[in-house]
Design a binder for this molecule. Structure first.
Ligand SMILES: [Zn+2]
Length: 216
């Protein structure tokens, strides 16, 4: 019980070094000896080992491809992924959050678009990537005009970013954003629109634009 007295216990830093195996030689022997006679420090060392092991496990949290596929199926229960071009294979899809959705006269809503019809403007965000889009009626179909921005320090156009647009899981167009981060695509009428944009390496942001009544 000689080691139970207050002030005799080694400091937490010493125990962390012990657990990390960076404490060596006489220091390690001293700690080992203390541990054998001190239940209080044994509890502390056990906690430190548990914490260290949990942190190591955290590094292995990346899901397996099978787990990811199962999660994607759960997210789109009735849908399959459209056939994507080669450059998109193997990228991780990241779903975006709709932050703005309105119907507006197109002239006022979006500088780059010209149409007399009722247009819809949407804005999405996904981990520092923003899509601002206008969807206008065009003949039997629609036209989507959008701008992709990255929001890291300040908003910047995502130039030359590859994109794919599909409607109800059929690919309607693909291309690259211009130097202003803009894209234009004529798409089918009706149906949910998916805009996929690769702004960052390894990642494909997916913007899902659900149907809205006036454009059905
Ligand atoms: Zn102790």
């Amino acid at each position: 019980m000689r080691s139970e007295g207050l002030g005799v216990h080694p400091r937490i830093e010493a125990w962390l070094a012990f657990v990390d195996e960076s404490a060596e030689g006489a220091e390690r022997d001293r700690l080992q000896e203390h541990l054998e006679s001190c239940a209080r420090c044994r509890v502390l060392v056990e906690d430190a080992r548990r914490m260290r092991s949990a942190l190591q496990n955290d590094r292995l949290l990346a899901p397996s491809p099978a787990a990811r596929d199962a999660a994607l199926r759960a997210f789109h229960p009735a849908r399959s992924t459209p056939p994507l071009p080669d450059w998109a294979q193997g990228l991780r899809e990241r779903a975006a959050r709709l932050v703005f959705d309105s119907h507006a006269a197109s002239g006022a809503a979006f500088a780059g678009a010209r149409s007399a019809g009722l247009a819809r403007r949407v804005r999405f965000e996904s981990a520092g990537v923003e899509l601002d889009a206008l969807i206008e009626p065009l003949g039997d179909g629609r036209r989507l005009t959008g701008q992709v921005l990255t929001l890291r320090e300040s908003a910047r156009p995502a130039a030359s970013a590859p994109w794919i647009i599909s409607v109800d899981d059929r690919v309607d167009g693909e291309g690259r954003t211009d130097e202003s981060g803009e894209l234009v695509c004529e798409i089918a009428g009706g149906g949910e629109i998916h805009v996929r944009v690769a702004v960052r390496p390894g990642e494909l942001a997916v913007f899902r634009i659900p149907l809205a009544d006036p454009l059905r």
